[in-house]
Design a protein around this ligand. Structure first.
Ligand SMILES: NC(=O)c1ccc[n+]([C@@H]2O[C@H](COP(=O)([O-])OP(=O)(O)OC[C@H]3O[C@@H](n4cnc5c(N)ncnc54)[C@H](OP(=O)(O)O)[C@@H]3O)[C@@H](O)[C@H]2O)c1
Length: 337
């Protein structure tokens, strides 16, 4: 499998310990060691592409790169700049991390925490020379845990089937309603119990999408009362619900390693797109999503100094009717095609 740019924890196959920038120090020459797994930034590494399968490896805590002061056998690797450039050599999902254009690879001699990683000649033995790359923010690794939060577990039949069939046992389903902040706090508390109190990424997808009113213009409602109710309900779930969701999980995210908040947004909440494409339908829904953009920007400003990234993601037009609980949603797609 080819390596993709991104954030990883790098685990030694032989000992199960993780590549660790000692104490997260940014001082040049800080030793890089194998260390027992910890939910911290100094065990998080960003792979930055240089060229064709050549990479710089940046530590998230220190902001410095992996390098070996001298390219000789037994040399300890340290943090600093300029970075060395590495190539990942795949071996059934594990990798040798090799100095580009040279034969020496990263090597861990012992499973004792604080054992410095060194350069060695590659001998093909996966007991000590291979490192396994674990995606940090996906469920690709059984070391990661994902929580799927739905408002009704009983009717979430596709999700239940996915979890039941999954062999990884690392996806947990929790129940909460965006219109009820108490249930969100409760879900966050249950997630915290499983993770020891932390969460790396919050991806908020849920939104009120009511088939009968979804495509109404501001002048389409039967009466003013129905208009007001619909606008307020969209706002309650899609805007205030997002705020409750982020607030509930914020304490966990603050204890996580990546501090990312992603909200599924919508093009009908974008003023430029609405004007350029002359979209007059989806008035209440669009207004609630536009308000969500503002709320998200407020979080981005509020949490910037803590190293958070808070973004809205526009997924484009996606046919989700195959897994819809409300079969009428399949009729929404033709509006956009
Ligand atoms: N599909 C697209 O083309 C498209 C385009 C642009 C943006 N998006 C965005 O992508 C996200 C997902 O959309 P989708 O297409 O997957 O829509 P969807 O199939 O209607 O899914 C929306 C989900 O939100 C849940 N939900 C609604 N009200 C809730 C509440 N009060 N509390 C908790 N959950 C609630 C629904 O739960 P139930 O299953 O219980 O009804 C449903 O699972 C939305 O934010 C949407 O705006 C989608």
């Amino acid at each position: 499998m080819s390596v993709q740019p991104g954030n990883y924890r790098v685990q030694n196959v032989a000992f199960g310990t993780y590549m660790d920038m000692f104490a997260g120090s940014s001082a040049w020459g800080t030793r890089i060691t194998g260390w027992a797994g910890g939910n911290n930034l100094h065990q998080l590494w960003q792979f930055e592409p240089v060229g064709d399968n050549t990479w710089k490896i940046l530590n998230a805590a220190s902001g410095t790169y992996v390098l070996a002061p001298n390219h000789i056998i037994n040399e300890g690797v340290v943090g600093g700049t300029p970075p060395d450039v590495f190539t990942f050599i795949d071996s059934d999902g594990s990798y040798q991390i090799k100095l580009a254009d040279e034969s020496l690879v990263l090597y861990l001699a012992s499973g004792e925490s604080d054992t410095q990683i060194t350069l060695q000649a590659a001998d093909g033995g996966d007991n000590n020379q291979f490192c396994k790359l674990c995606y940090d923010i996906t469920t690709a690794s059984p070391h990661n845990v994902a929580f799927a939060i739905v408002r009704n577990i009983a009717t979430s039949t596709h999700l239940t089937a996915f979890v039941t069939e999954s062999k990884k046992n690392n996806v947990h389903v929790l129940q909460a309603d965006l219109a009820d902040h108490v249930t969100l706090k409760d879900a966050a508390a249950r997630a915290a119990e499983s993770t020891g109190g932390s969460l790396n990424v919050l991806i908020h997808s849920a939104a009120r999408i009511e088939v009968p009113t979804m495509f109404k213009r501001v002048t389409d409602y039967e009466d003013d009362k129905k208009l007001e109710e619909d606008f307020l309900q969209y706002y309650k779930v899609n805007t205030v619900g997002v705020v409750h969701s982020i607030n509930a999980f914020l304490p966990l995210l603050r204890k996580g390693t990546t501090r990312k908040i992603v909200i599924l947004s919508s093009h009908v909440g974008e003023r430029n797109i609405t004007w350029d494409l002359r979209i007059d339908v989806q008035a209440a829904f669009g207004a609630s999503k536009a308000a969500t953009h503002m709320v998200l920007t407020k979080y981005a400003v509020l949490l910037e100094s803590e190293g958070f990234t808070a973004v809205g993601l526009l997924p484009g037009i996606v046919d989700v009717s195959a897994t819809a609980v409300d079969a009428r949603k399949s009729y929404l797609l033709p509006y956009w095609l």
